[in-house]
Design a binder for this molecule. Structure first.
Ligand SMILES: [Zn+2]
Length: 308
């Protein structure tokens, strides 16, 4: 009886802390990394589905309410999910500061690529509603596509969670270490998968993949749209068609978040094939395994199209 009473007291004391913090993650790769670190302590809510472009996703009143009631909000960067950046620290979310994982200690940011077909598309039509995406970017925000950066993000997530929920600090730390170990194996598999096609040039829809290319030694020849995924101008489409002809790129990759009409225009009359690259995981179920699956899917798509 006395023992039961002690257990009850312990349960009462544990109380709400046992429920863990309410956590929101912006895009699927971030949700997956946070889910891996939270493990059995809880599940982060995904704010933006992968069918939306990371550069334009807006916020509904319901989403803003959810942000206001969350204990922690993880995002990549104000220069990526800029609609989320607009409410960061604002009244609508109760003054809450979101965690920008692009600032994680040890994360390596790459500068925005310049020159030729990596240049910003200055002729692109920009609707007033998306003017915020017309940011002058210095660093490329697609940093999650390097698994080494994902490890740095996981460690930063573990540190933030430990501050919000010290009772589970050891679990967060152990989960982040396990996630990093699993990524080492994933990276080895991907390097082997891509080895036969490493030197074959290809063209992407928007300039989102340099972290993945740099990590695995791939040869991208240009992008149809620019780093902010604006609708490409006629001048840009002409330039990329010329680039395709000059490099003999075997594949032009579309993305599920955007219409494929630009890819069709670019490859028309050429020998190039079209493939699909999805750096956001549009069709993946959220959760701890999604991030590794996203990377493996990129590798499989590249290999399948480039070796054909
Ligand atoms: Zn992007």
């Amino acid at each position: 009886m006395r023992r039961l009473a002690l257990v009850l007291v312990a349960l009462l004391l544990a109380g709400p802390a046992a429920a863990g913090p309410k956590v929101i993650a912006s895009v699927l790769p971030v949700q997956s990394i946070v889910a891996a670190v939270m493990g059995a302590t809880g599940t982060p809510e995904l704010l933006f589905s992968g069918r939306l472009s990371e550069h334009v996703a807006g916020l509904s009143p319901r989403q803003i309410e959810a942000l206001a009631s969350a204990d922690l909000v993880f995002m990549v960067s104000h220069s990526l999910e800029f609609r989320l950046g607009e409410v960061d620290g604002g009244e609508a979310v109760g003054g809450k500061r979101f965690v920008e994982l692009a600032n994680a200690p040890g994360l390596r940011l790459l500068p925005v690529r310049q020159g030729g077909t990596w240049e910003a598309d200055s002729d692109a039509p920009r609707p007033a509603a998306s003017s915020g995406s017309n940011l002058i970017l210095r660093s490329d925000p697609h940093a999650w596509l390097d698994p080494e950066n994902a490890k740095a993000m996981a460690l930063a997530v573990a540190a933030e969670l430990a501050k919000a929920d010290p009772a589970n600090a050891a679990a967060y730390s152990a989960n982040a270490a396990a996630f990093a170990a699993s990524l080492a194996a994933t990276s080895r598999d991907i390097a082997a998968e891509l080895a036969p096609v490493r030197h074959k040039p290809f063209i992407v829809f928007h300039d989102a993949y340099q972290y993945f290319e740099a990590r695995f030694g791939l040869q991208a020849a240009g992008s149809i749209s620019d780093i902010s995924a604006v609708t490409p101008s006629a001048r840009r489409l002409k330039e990329i068609r010329d680039r395709l002809a000059a490099t003999g790129a075997a594949c032009v990759f579309r993305e599920p978040q955007f219409s494929d009409k630009y890819v069709r225009t670019v490859i028309e009359g050429s020998a190039a094939k079209s493939g699909v690259l999805d750096g956001l995981g549009a069709d993946l179920a959220p959760g701890p395994g999604a991030y590794g699956e996203l990377l493996r899917n990129l590798a499989m798509s590249l290999r399948a199209c480039l070796e054909g």
